[in-house]
Design a protein. Structure first.
Length: 575
């Protein structure tokens, strides 16, 4: 589309709040309609420790806290393009806050290209259907009362879009701050000449238009910045200032790109972001894999008998296959409960790798499920009442329970019920401790909301588990339900730290607090008296004796005052 045919920017002045991610030099934005509570989130970040293969959501949770504290309603989750330097947190944010995930219609070209690179197979859809909206050039949409529109600005990638919201434009990876110039154009589908024309298109917007960068690297050691204007870029951008020719730019950009190494997170980023921020599907064992394609042409080891040889202990090189193949070497990487497993080495580099099983990595494997009548997994966590660990509950019983997310209807009913029953639990020497994969700030806001809206004060602490360490240790993350939220799990731990019961509920159905209270009473009675309790048992009801295990035990029961229906089934009054 010719720039002259684009919609004119509206007169609105959106409120823009920036969130800088130091690990990837990415800036995410919350763009708020000043006339309503509606907002959009632009270019979110999911944290990843690539060496450990562990994801987390500290950056995204800062955004969630901001949205909830200010009472905002998320209308859109905008991806300016398929990022190659960070992973999108859009699905996580959508799960927590709502909104529709949108990207440029050119995503189908990116999916087609990298679907082949990563050998994704026919099950990977290459039609953009993973996203809720595919924006075409000049397409209008609304954020509350504000009208916004998308500009197709390819060159860095084929799917790059600039989103213009009132007097603000979010340029993705086209322009950097004036002293940083422009983004690279050497990715598949990228083109320096196309990038130049896209930057001129952006700079044809009104000079007062605020431009918001997706990245800043602080050239020369200056402080990080992300906001500039069209006027400032036209005057001072070192690559595309007014008067810079297209041919000179193409020559400069091509020569410079030839000196750049690949982004550190390009391989995991592409596999996740072309899926709208979703991880690849799990295998039959519930494990999640990320791939690294190995270029078969680079085999730095001598051949023998017509096949590549391998150095001792090497697991990454295979004979050249008839069609592209990806070799995976387990690296004990975790995402929530599943393992993210990377392959051996970067494409076009000499391939070397350690054997898959190394003692140094075993500590990163997902913990086994906790087991009844064994010590409960240790934890040390921040809560709404300060730090808490297992040691704080020695000599007391503990009901540890997880919930999927703050500010959700079912969880609110459960919390109010637990709060109303807190006195009854206390009478049983039993403490309550909640948990979700939310920040302590979100917990505090939700607790205050429950007090204001429902008239119920939450008296017990709630664990902040952004790292998912406690959730993983207790098996609260079930990928079939959600990758980044805990199911409704309940653990009853006795006064000696032994796990005595655990119950799992799905996200859609609330627990019965009365049943948990009944179970605590039954467990305490059984342990104190060496008996079992029948279905539906309440204090004062008859109890069961275990079936006799020897002839002498069987004969001894004959003289006892028991209600015996058969040799294995005897009841007696409770003490």
């Amino acid at each position: 589309m010719n720039p002259k045919t684009l919609p004119l920017p509206s007169e609105s002045h959106p409120e823009v709040t920036a969130f800088f991610d130091e690990a990837t030099n990415t800036i995410s934005y919350v763009v708020r309609d000043p006339a309503s509570q509606a907002c959009a989130i632009v270019d979110s970040v999911m944290d990843i420790d690539y060496a450990a293969g562990r994801i987390s959501f500290e950056h995204a949770d800062r955004i969630i806290d901001h949205v909830r504290v200010h009472g905002l309603e998320v209308a859109w989750l905008i991806e300016t393009h398929v990022h190659a330097d960070h992973l999108s947190a859009a699905p996580y944010l959508q799960q927590k806050l709502g909104g529709r995930i949108g990207i440029g219609a050119g995503i189908v070209k990116v999916q087609e290209t990298f679907g082949k690179v990563f050998n994704e197979g026919t099950e990977f859809q290459r039609d953009g259907s993973q996203f809720d909206r595919l924006f075409s050039d000049g397409e209008r949409y609304r954020i509350g009362s504000m009208e916004a529109f998308a500009m197709h600005t390819p060159g860095h990638t084929p799917a790059c879009m600039t989103h213009v919201v009132g007097d603000a434009a979010f340029v993705g990876d086209t322009l950097f701050m004036p002293d940083g110039g422009t983004a690279r154009a050497d990715f598949p589908g990228g083109d320096a000449r196309t990038l130049y024309r896209s930057t001129r298109r952006i700079l044809s917007l009104p000079e007062r238009t605020r431009l918001f960068m997706c990245h800043d690297y602080g050239p020369g050691g200056r402080e990080i910045r992300w906001e500039t204007t069209v006027a400032e870029q036209r005057t001072n951008n070192i690559h595309v200032h007014d008067g810079a020719s297209e041919d000179a730019f193409v020559r400069m950009r091509t020569e410079r790109d030839a000196t750049l190494s690949m982004p550190r997170l390009i391989l995991p980023s592409l596999q996740v972001n072309m899926r709208a921020g979703h991880l690849p599907p799990a295998d039959d064992d519930g494990r999640i894999f990320l791939k690294v394609p190995i270029e078969r042409a680079v085999v730095p080891f001598p051949r023998r008998r017509g096949r590549p040889s391998r150095p001792p202990g090497f697991a990454g090189v295979v004979p050249p296959p008839r069609k592209p193949r990806h070799r995976s070497i387990p690296m004990s990487c975790t995402d929530s409960d599943p393992k993210i497993v990377a392959a051996a080495a970067l494409a076009s580099t000499p391939v070397s790798a350690a054997p898959a099983a190394t003692p140094a990595l075993t500590g990163l494997m997902p913990a086994a499920m906790p087991r009844i009548n064994e010590p409960a997994p240790a934890f040390n966590a921040q809560t709404t009442h300060g730090p808490r660990s297992n040691e704080d509950y020695k000599g007391k019983w503990l009901v540890l329970f997880s919930h999927p997310a703050d500010f959700t209807p079912v969880c609110t009913t459960e919390f109010t019920a637990f709060a109303r029953a807190a006195g009854e639990f206390a009478a049983l020497n039993t403490e309550l401790l909640g948990l979700s994969i939310d920040s302590v700030f979100s917990h505090l806001a939700w607790v205050q909301n429950i007090k204001e809206k429902f008239g119920v004060e939450i008296p017990f602490p709630i664990i902040e588990d952004l790292s998912m360490n406690v959730a993983r240790a207790y098996g609260m993350i079930h990928p079939g339900a959600a990758d980044t939220s805990a199911v409704r799990a309940t653990f009853i731990i006795d006064d000696k730290g032994i796990l005595r019961a655990m119950v799992y509920y799905p996200m859609t159905n609330g627990r019965s607090v009365a049943e948990i209270l009944r179970l605590v009473k039954g467990l305490q009675y059984s342990l104190a008296n060496g008996v079992a309790t029948p279905e539906g048992w309440q204090p004062g009801d008859k109890v069961l004796l275990g079936a006799p295990k020897t002839v002498s035990e069987l004969e001894a029961r004959a003289g006892q005052d028991l209600e015996t229906t058969d040799w294995y089934f005897s009841m007696k009054p409770a003490n």
